[in-house]
Design a protein around this ligand. Sequence first.
Ligand code: 13P
Ligand code: SF4
Length: 308
Amino acid sequence: MLQAEFKEDAHYIEQINRLRKERNAVILVHNYQRPEIQDIADFIGDSLGLSRQAANTDADVIVFCGVHFMAETAAILSPDKIVLLPDLQAGCPMADMITPEKLIQTKNKYPDAVTVCYVNTSAEIKAESDVCCTSTNAVEVVNSLNGRQVLFVPDEHLGRYVANKTGADIILWPGFCPTHKRVLAQDILDAKAKHPGAKVVVHPECTHEVIDLADEALSTGGIVKYVSQTDAKEIILGTEMGMVYRLQTDYPNKRVYLATEKLICPNMKLTTLDKVAAVLENMQNRITVPEDIRLRAKGSLERMLEIS
Ligand code: 13P
Ligand code: SF4
């Protein structure tokens, strides 16, 4: 890092540390965030861990370093807190692949199905769903439904993975994560040829061709746990590149290879130190959810939290 950049970062970090105390703020950070953002986290984790933190914190302000649906989930679970998103453009393209109108139409086609929505959805979609899930607990949530037919939205790949794991009758929605879809089976084969002793761990948002070649398909929190427990010294990683920093920081004795440089989520990279400092200074970019939608969306999130 250049000397000038280092000085600038130090200036923002000092400002953030002062303001987080003054505002009684907590900084929640997703595992895919930039290294310098991971370094300022009060809590870093996956979607499930972050939802739990958002529901239980006694801070007045939550600065959410992630994407829009994550901040919205925090606002649904903690309506009395001020939830700030450092960059309002940080969305999730997968979450935008479903609309409430289309979901209602499809639900009408399958009146007996239970609607399970991935947490990567808007508050409106959560409000229209019976129960929410994250990639950590999707299998557990579907297993809890006693064999009922499931309409799983919006991630086709996670839905297929859950169907294979549970044997449940799952109607898939044609949504996907553009970042994880970029990993090809050939990328995994090439990485394996280069690092024959390595274990392959991928995210269940990857295609089934990629999942089939992996030793494990796990949420980002699951990947951290796996790396902490495995005897393997080398890991080929099939998820967003931010995880490499997370794993190398926590487990410096392991070697982590990204399956392909294409594994970057541009939305996750929009959060920068200057933006975190700015929202804390100006208390801007507050995320709120209309109360009628919030209460219905909270129902599906709470059902998930009860199950897992
Ligand atoms: P998890 O951290 O819950 O595995 O989710 C990954 C993801 O893509 C979030 O957008
Ligand atoms: Fe959405 Fe994929 Fe980015 Fe996660 S990694 S926020 S699913 S686009």
